[in-house]
Design a protein around this ligand. Sequence first.
Ligand SMILES: *[C@@H]1O[C@H](CO)[C@@H](O)[C@H](O)[C@H]1NC(C)=O
Ligand SMILES: *[C@@H]1O[C@H](CO)[C@@H](O)[C@H](O)[C@H]1NC(C)=O
Ligand SMILES: *[C@@H]1O[C@H](CO)[C@@H](O)[C@H](O)[C@H]1NC(C)=O
Ligand SMILES: *[C@@H]1O[C@H](CO)[C@@H](O)[C@H](O)[C@H]1NC(C)=O
Ligand SMILES: *[C@@H]1O[C@H](CO)[C@@H](O)[C@H](O)[C@H]1NC(C)=O
Length: 625
Amino acid sequence: MKFALSFGLGISFLGFVLFSKADLLDDILSSLRNAVDCESCHSLLIPLKTLANQGDNDFSETFTTICQTLKLDDNDVCAGTFNLTGPVLAHSLRQFTLQSNTATKFCYAAFGLCSQPPITLFKVPFPKRAPVNPKNFVSQGKPPFQVVHFSDVHVDRQYTVGSDANCTKGICCRNFADHVGPVTEPAGPFGNLHCDSPPDLADSMLDAINQFGSHAKFSIFTGDVVERATWLVDKPEGEADLAAWNSQMAAKVGSPVYGAIGNHDTSPVNAFPRTDTQTTLNAQWVFNIQSAGWRQWIGAAAATELDHTSGSYAVVVPGLDLRVISINTQYWYPQNFWLYDTDNMPVDPNGILAFMVRQLQASEDAGQRAWIIGHIPAGKADAFHDQSNYYDQIVQRYKNTIAGHFFGHSHKDQFEIAYSDWNNQVAETADSVALICPALTPSSGNPSFKLYDIDPDTFEVMDAKVFITNITDPQFQIKPTWELYYSARESYGPLVGNLSPKDSLSPAFWHRLTEVFEANDTAFQLWNTRLSRGGDVSPCTGSCINTTICDQRALRSQNSCDMPSPGISFRRSESPFFPKADHVDCEGGGVYSLFSSLLSKIAAGELGPDTAALIRRILSREEYL
Ligand SMILES: *[C@@H]1O[C@H](CO)[C@@H](O)[C@H](O)[C@H]1NC(C)=O
Ligand SMILES: *[C@@H]1O[C@H](CO)[C@@H](O)[C@H](O)[C@H]1NC(C)=O
Ligand SMILES: *[C@@H]1O[C@H](CO)[C@@H](O)[C@H](O)[C@H]1NC(C)=O
Ligand SMILES: *[C@@H]1O[C@H](CO)[C@@H](O)[C@H](O)[C@H]1NC(C)=O
Ligand SMILES: *[C@@H]1O[C@H](CO)[C@@H](O)[C@H](O)[C@H]1NC(C)=O
């Protein structure tokens, strides 16, 4: 029976012989071998679509077996990743047409083999024209108020003190079932470079926030609660993690927290289906939990809005002419594989852009200023060029109202500038700036949070101070101490020059800082060290400097320099597409990193006839072929 199944033929209900499963597998393996550029990636999609049409299980099992046989990662990581994400990939593969724009985007996101196609032109509709005489927000030189920003906490509730911090998986410090031999590097009580945050480290940060930010009016939290054991995180675990973090914040933080939803705050990771996606696996549970958990801070109306607007909501901060607009950026995220299930990808999935416009118009009408908070920065390679372009149209229309954008996701201390004239990127045209908060999780540098000084009349950022705890300090595992790492105003102000006390850290200021970086390598290297808060620093010289400065000048992702290089086979750590830390830290072994690893192993000749035969044997044993 097994044997008969193995070499049986797929028969359609009309009686036509469609294909043999063994032939299909051969076709997939040879197409994978040939996949070196955008065109050959499109060819690869032909057998992948056929496989997807056989069903989610066949799709997941085939890739699990390929992954395990080629040792792209540990067996449980291969199985868990494709078990969870395989059905999402298969769903999209079944829907889009070969050679379509969507297929090109899929090749970009899954394999890094295509560039993003040209932008789909779309003019964002606005209810009103920009006012001829916009309200002038002028600093009166009053003392600033404080706001705390923290992000990417990635709290691992299964972190186990004494377990091995030296392991082969994306995160360690857990009692993994496949661990063998003695523990070589016991996990300390407060965290490790190879692990996500233990709850005690998160508590220590929340205490430090209360200490240094004791006068803060509120905090912003830009998402990613859940630890990055993405191959294991199912819905029950995701629910428990989100609820536990909400309780932990509520127990510690003395002022309101305005949160945003991150790409890890669901299951499978990154997967937020559109409202009209035909699936039973929706992400409404995420919105329900956050709506209930955040109601105490954002109020009943915003909580209801969050629940009904796919995680986005807005709050006018009590007593201030400031509206905080929290958006769910995951509908613009190429790694959200639900988005590819149509040839006509909507310009505004789930209406997030329209929601922003409504809120910004309301702010303008009320004479308020607005902050946008979200997880994935609008200018990263992680944001589709299309939606980032439309986002920029909104920024340009409401630039007088928007006093700041605040994001996380990259785990790094960064900024991104927008310009009224993208062909003339100078201080005079710089008109908006996003500040990106580094992470709590120690896996990408020293744990950190930011404290802003905010002008109470303009709601612009007067200073951004970064606080860290040093994980290599001998006292760290006894009791982490938090300290001021640097103040942007004190440190960069003199380099830029001409900053008077009433001047904010404006878009022009940040642009001039990029000019300093071009001219002064010492200053640039200081910034580069601070990117990871002095821990796990990646050197950046030569063209890396140009790319970095280019990215600093790109709150619109089409202007960023993070481009895939079709045809280059890349190892995990050398992807030209996502800088190392971005994709390893944020995806923690998602499908993209497995596919990158697959392509590089194939390029190294590791998918020869013997391996192909082994894959076929395993699949036939599992009564699949
Ligand atoms: C795959 O998922 C199913 C439920 O969706 C579960 O029963 C099964 O144990 C999972 N298999 C692996 C290898 O994770
Ligand atoms: C980490 O574990 C591997 C395999 O168990 C071992 O070979 C290596 O020496 C360990 N590294 C350290 C720093 O202990
Ligand atoms: C952290 O502590 C180590 C060891 O004391 C020291 O070498 C390093 O410079 C410190 N890092 C920072 C950013 O202060
Ligand atoms: C370059 O930057 C360094 C580090 O911030 C600073 O000490 C130095 O004065 C700068 N050099 C010039 C010429 O501005
Ligand atoms: C970096 O950019 C400058 C001009 O902006 C250019 O002169 C230089 O050749 C570039 N360097 C690299 C390594 O690309």
